[in-house]
Design a protein around this ligand. Structure first.
Ligand SMILES: Cc1ncc(C[n+]2csc(CCOP(=O)(O)OP(=O)(O)O)c2C)c(N)n1
Ligand SMILES: [Mg+2]
Length: 575
């Protein structure tokens, strides 16, 4: 069958489930964009810049399972690179297509714009090699093989991939196979599967306090159904890492809370530390998610499952697929298996009940009650993430954050993606003023598409989370104050209301009512003093400072100040 390379790429993208492509036009990607506009194209969502496109595609993929972005070579590619690296760190499948210079320029090493004008055409692809699971420069000769290889990789690995499409070959006709076979997950080796399942079931049966520890891996590989079945049948309680928050309903009677080493509730820390069987699903202990490596598990109690591997107290099993293994373990539990439901009061720490006094504690206490079933909750790094991580989410909520890569500014464009992926749901974004200033212009695209998130912008005159680590009063932690609530009207003149400012509990009540009744976007600026912090924040700051700067950080600095000559300028002047 004959097809143009562009149409072939479009067809393969559609067949793996790409419904939207975010991005910015440029002279190297225009022919492919023309194809997207055609009746059987894919919805193109223009963003203000490529970094935002990468964050939007990431947010979209977390809810829809897969998304894509398109850039123009060099300038656009490198602008999107941090977002692609973030998707890699967090396990989010995104296809990036770079509209690249014409093939003849690659071949002649011509000195052209958007390159370093030194004839080097390898540097950009080499950058992406470090941050994607597969990459290819498409040519008419390799188009079928390379496009299919790279797209199979994104489906299998659930990690970002990168394709360069030279501008002059989009309409080149090639011979293509009719069928695109995406192999389903490889079946496990039956002998190894049986012996791994036997070993795990035996350990679970013997254990007096088994527990499951879940991570973002569950969302990445879409294991929610398998795990719900496993939890409901085995009655084994579960905790989640912050990277896996919300992967199973936190309203479940089996939910123990969010685990973060010593930053967890003392009950949960003890529960995990003393468990005689901890079944980990793709768990990664990262500094920021493990209470700075303060986690404590009994090595002999550990069962570690990956997508295709299991390790049982140190014994390694290759060639077992996690979905099959979970079901096989259930099948091997004794027929009379039952476990008491553990009572956890409170199951998670939650927030203090709201008070009349205005501060972050009161705010988050009220927000906890405002959350509803099936909300999409998006938490930006900063005090927002620390506060939201402590909340117990209603059933059916999705929780989107980027705790491993941790780039501030991620969430505002990510909400554009989550909104487009699930427009029927309520989306709530919590973002600090400092983070908003990185990518806030993408609000214009949210308004342009008539989307209706509820945005809480926490204005505390700067980088409060950083102040808690270092430089409480240092000017580098200040940001310029903007008239935030005017922004929706500035970014979209059709918008009448310009949002609300909240400075006390009464205004917060009014704002929540406004957001509930409103048809369009709600933009709520919530003001706090710079050193007003939510529960859990102080300990977070101290742990970070100690890990990053050493045990004596701060004290040394103060000693140095104390020993310094009192009038430095005077002594300099005497020379
Ligand atoms: C791209 C990027 N640059 C810098 C940082 C360092 N950083 C982490 S949190 C933060 C401050 C966030 O401030 P804000 O959004 O106002 O949240 P607050 O803690 O004040 O609520 C900064 C600068 C980062 N994580 N990512
Ligand atoms: Mg701030």
């Amino acid at each position: 069958m004959n097809m143009t390379i562009g149409a072939f790429l479009l067809d393969r993208l559609r067949s793996i489930g790409v419904n939207r492509i975010y991005g910015v036009p440029g002279d190297f990607n225009l022919e492919f964009l023309e194809l997207l506009e055609s009746p059987d194209g894919i919805n193109f969502i223009g963003t203000c810049n490529e970094l935002n496109a990468s964050y939007a595609a990431d947010g979209d993929a977390r809810l829809s399972g897969l998304s894509a972005l398109i850039t123009t070579y060099g300038v656009g590619d490198l602008a999107a690179l941090p977002g692609i690296a973030g998707a890699y760190a967090e396990g989010v499948p995104v296809v990036m297509i770079s509209g690249s210079p014409p093939l003849h320029a690659f071949e002649s090493r011509a000195l052209i714009h958007h390159t370093l004008a030194d004839g080097n055409y390898d540097n950009v692809l080499n950058c992406f090699r470090e941050f994607t699971a597969a990459q290819a420069l498409i040519t008419p000769q390799n188009a079928v093989d390379e496009i299919e290889r790279v797209l199979r990789t994104v489906v299998r690995e659930k990690q970002p991939v990168y394709l360069q499409l030279p501008s002059d070959i989009c309409y080149s006709v090639i011979d293509v196979p009719q069928e695109f076979v995406i192999r389903s997950l490889p079946a496990s080796n039956p002998v190894r599967l049986a012996s791994a399942a036997e070993a795990i079931a035996e350990r679970l049966t013997r254990a007096s306090s088994p527990v499951l520890l879940l991570d973002g891996f569950v969302r990445q590989y879409n294991l929610q159904d398998n795990l719900s079945r496993f939890v409901e049948t085995s009655m084994i309680p579960f905790a989640t890492m912050s990277t896996g928050k919300g992967v199973l309903p936190e309203s479940s009677r089996h939910f123990l809370g969010m685990y973060a080493g010593k930053a967890s509730s003392p009950e949960l820390f003890e529960r995990i530390a003393t468990s005689d069987c901890v079944l980990c699903l793709g768990v990664r202990f990262v500094d920021s998610t493990s209470g700075w490596f303060s986690h404590s598990l009994n090595r002999n109690a550990l069962i570690d499952m990956g997508m295709f591997t299991a390790s049982i107290a140190g014994e390694f099993f290759a060639d077992v697929t996690v979905t099959e293994l979970l079901d096989a373990v259930l099948a091997k539990l004794p027929a009379n298996w039952s476990r008491p439901v553990e009572s956890h009061a409170p199951a998670d720490r939650g927030h203090s009940p709201c008070s009349e006094e205005w501060n972050q504690t009161a705010f988050w206490g009220r927000i906890e009650k405002f959350l509803e079933q099936d909300d999409v909750i998006v938490a930006e790094n900063g005090t927002s993430l620390v506060a939201l991580n402590r909340m117990r989410l209603p059933a059916g909520c999705d929780y989107v954050s980027q705790p491993v890569w941790g780039a501030i500014g991620y969430t505002l464009p990510a909400v554009l993606g989550t909104l487009l992926a699930a427009p029927e749901r309520r989306h709530l974004l919590f973002i600090g003023d400092g983070s908003f200033q990185l990518t806030g212009q993408e609000l214009s695209t949210i308004l342009r598409h008539g989307l209706k998130p509820i945005i809480f912008l926490l204005n505390n005159a700067g980088y409060t989370i950083e102040r808690m680590i270092y430089g409480e009063r240092s000017s580098y932690n200040d940001v310029a104050n903007w008239d935030y609530v005017k922004l929706p009207a500035v970014l979209n003149p059709r918008v009448k209301s310009s949002g609300m400012v909240v400075t006390d509990m009464k205004e917060l009540e009014q704002a929540l009512e406004f957001a509930t009744e409103r048809e369009g976007l709600s933009f709520i600026e919530v003001r706090f003093e710079p050193m007003d912090i939510p529960e859990g924040m102080e300990a977070f700051g101290k742990m970070t400072m100690r890990y990053d700067y050493g045990r004596w950080a701060g004290e040394e600095r103060e000693r140095e100040h104390a020993n310094a000559p009192s009038d430095i300028s005077g002594s300099m002047g005497n020379k």
